[in-house]
Design a protein around this ligand. Structure first.
Ligand code: FEO
Length: 395
C-alpha cells in the first residue's frame, strides 16, 4: 500500500468505507466515510486512535510494514467511539506492553466497551508526552463528540490530531490532503457530518475552538475526511459558523402528506415566499428526504415552516421523526411556521405546536390547519403565514 506521510516520520493510516449505508446505523453515507488513524515513529512509537473493526487486518498489516519489527509504545485515545476504538483490543493483543494514553474519563470507557486496561498514562490539559523529537500536547475538548474527547497537538510539526472535530463524511478517493481534492465535493458532506454527529454540541464546539485558538496549527488531522494543510480556514470558518448557529435568510419548508392536501399548502407557502423575494427556499417531503439532509438546511437557513397531516390522532410519523431529532439537537434561534391537515380527527397541527413549545423558536403566525382539500379561507392563511415569515426575514 502507498505510505502517506504528514511529516518525515508521521504516517496516515486511513481506510475508506464504501459498504456501510448508515453511519451510527442512522445517518446515510452515500459517499462513504473514511476512518483515519495516525502513526508517529520516533524514539518511541505512538498510534493516534485506531480504526473501525472491519479494517483490523489491513490496519495491523500496514503498521507492520512501516515499523518493520519495532513495537508500538503508546496508543493515544483521543476518542472512544467504536469507529475509532474498534481495533483497540487487537492492538493491545499484538503489543501487550503498550501504554494507553487517555484522560480520566477514557479508561472507564475502555473498560465498559472492551476490557480493563492494564498499562495506562492519564493526561490532562497541557500535559506533554515526549516521543523523541516529536512531542504530543493534550487538551480536553469534552462533548466533541463524547465526554472523554481530547486532542493531541504535535508540537514539532504543529499538527492537530483533532478526533472527530473538523471531520467529514465522504471517502478519500485518492486525494488525502485538502490541496489534493476539489473541496466542492466535501461542502455538503462536511456540513452533514458536523450537523448530524456533532451538531448537538455547538456550545462545546465553540469552547473547543476558543481553547485551541492559541495553538499554532499548521495541519489538522481529523479521524474522518481530508487532512487539512493548506485550506485550514476553509474548515475552521465553517465549523465556527455552524457552531454559532449563524444562518442565512432562507426558508426550509417540510411537510408530511398522505393525500396531497398538506403538500398543496406547502406549495402555496413556498410560492408566496418566492413572490416576496426570498430566493433560498427548500421544500422537502419528510417521507422522501432523510432527516440528515433536512437538518443540514435547518442549520443553514433561519426559517423553518413545518406541516403535517393528522395520522391516527398524531403527527405524521416521518415528520415526527425529523422533529424529534431537531428537538434532541437543541438547534437555536429560528423563526417557525406551522400548518397541516386535520383529516378526520386532528393530531398533526396539535402535536406540531407541542414541538413549537419545546424548541421555543419564534412562531411568526398562528398555525394554519385545513380539513381535507385546501379551500379559500386556509389558502389565504397560508399566504399570510408566508408573508409573516417574509416580513421577519426581510426586516
Ligand atoms: Fe467518529 Fe464520535 O466518532
Amino acid at each position: 500500500m502507498h505510505q502517506v506521510k504528514l511529516a518525515e516520520n508521521i504516517y496516515y493510516l486511513g481506510y475508506n468505507d464504501r459498504r456501510t449505508h448508515l453511519f451510527e446505523n442512522i445517518w446515510p453515507i452515500p459517499h462513504g466515510v473514511s476512518y483515519n488513524s495516525y502513526l508517529i515513529v520516533d524514539e518511541k512509537v505512538a498510534l493516534i486512535d485506531t480504526v473501525e473493526r472491519q479494517y483490523i487486518d489491513d490496519y495491523l498489516e500496514d503498521i507492520d510494514a512501516i515499523l518493520a519489527g519495532r513495537k508500538v509504545d503508546y496508543l493515544v485515545i483521543n476518542h472512544m467511539e467504536p469507529d475509532h476504538s474498534g481495533a483497540l483490543r487487537a492492538i493491545v493483543a499484538k503489543y501487550p506492553d503498550i501504554i494507553l494514553v487517555g484522560n480520566k474519563k477514557t479508561f472507564g470507557f475502555v473498560e465498559s466497551f472492551y476490557m480493563k486496561p492494564v498499562n495506562i498514562l492519564e493526561v490532562n490539559d497541557n500535559d506533554v508526552l515526549e516521543l523523541g523529537k516529536n512531542k504530543l500536547q493534550f487538551q480536553m475538548i469534552p462533548m466533541v463528540h463524547w465526554p472523554e474527547t481530547m486532542i493531541s497537538y504535535e508540537e514539532t510539526n504543529k499538527i492537530l490530531f483533532a478526533g472527530d472535530a473538523f471531520g467529514s463524511f465522504g471517502t478519500l478517493d485518492g486525494g488525502v490532503f485538502d490541496d489534493e481534492i476539489n473541496l466542492d465535493f466535501y461542502e455538503e458532506e462536511i456540513m452533514r457530518y458536523f450537523t448530524n454527529i456533532v451538531g448537538k454540541y455547538c456550545p462545546h464546539t465553540q469552547r473547543a475552538i476558543k481553547k485551541l485558538a492559541p495553538l499554532d496549527i499548521r495541519m489538522i488531522a481529523a479521524t474522518h475526511g481530508p487532512i487539512w494543510r493548506t485550506n485550514l480556514d476553509w474548515v475552521l470558518s465553517r465549523y465556527n459558523k455552524w457552531s454559532t448557529y449563524t444562518t442565512e435568510n432562507g426558508v426550509v419548508v417540510v411537510y408530511g402528506s398522505m393525500y396531497g392536501n398538506t403538500q398543496k399548502m406547502a406549495e402555496v407557502i413556498a410560492r408566496q415566499l418566492s413572490e416576496r423575494g426570498i430566493k433560498d427556499i427548500r421544500v422537502y417531503d419528510a417521507s422522501k428526504t432523510h432527516a440528515s439532509y433536512i437538518i443540514n438546511d435547518i442549520f443553514k437557513y433561519k426559517a423553518f415552516i413545518v406541516g403535517s397531516c393528522a395520522y391516527n390522532n398524531a403527527m405524521f410519523p416521518n415528520v415526527e421523526t425529523l422533529l424529534t431529532k431537531i428537538e434532541h439537537m437543541g438547534i437555536k434561534d429560528h423563526y417557525l411556521g406551522v400548518f397541516g391537515n386535520f383529516s378526520w380527527n386532528g393530531g398533526g397541527v396539535k402535536n406540531l405546536m407541542k414541538f413549537a413549545e419545546a424548541v421555543k423558536w419564534e412562531l411568526v403566525y398562528d398555525p394554519v390547519e385545513e380539513k381535507g382539500a385546501l379551500k379559500k379561507d386556509k389558502y389565504e392563511q397560508c399566504i399570510e403565514l408566508a408573508n409573516a415569515m417574509a416580513d421577519k426575514l426581510l426586516g
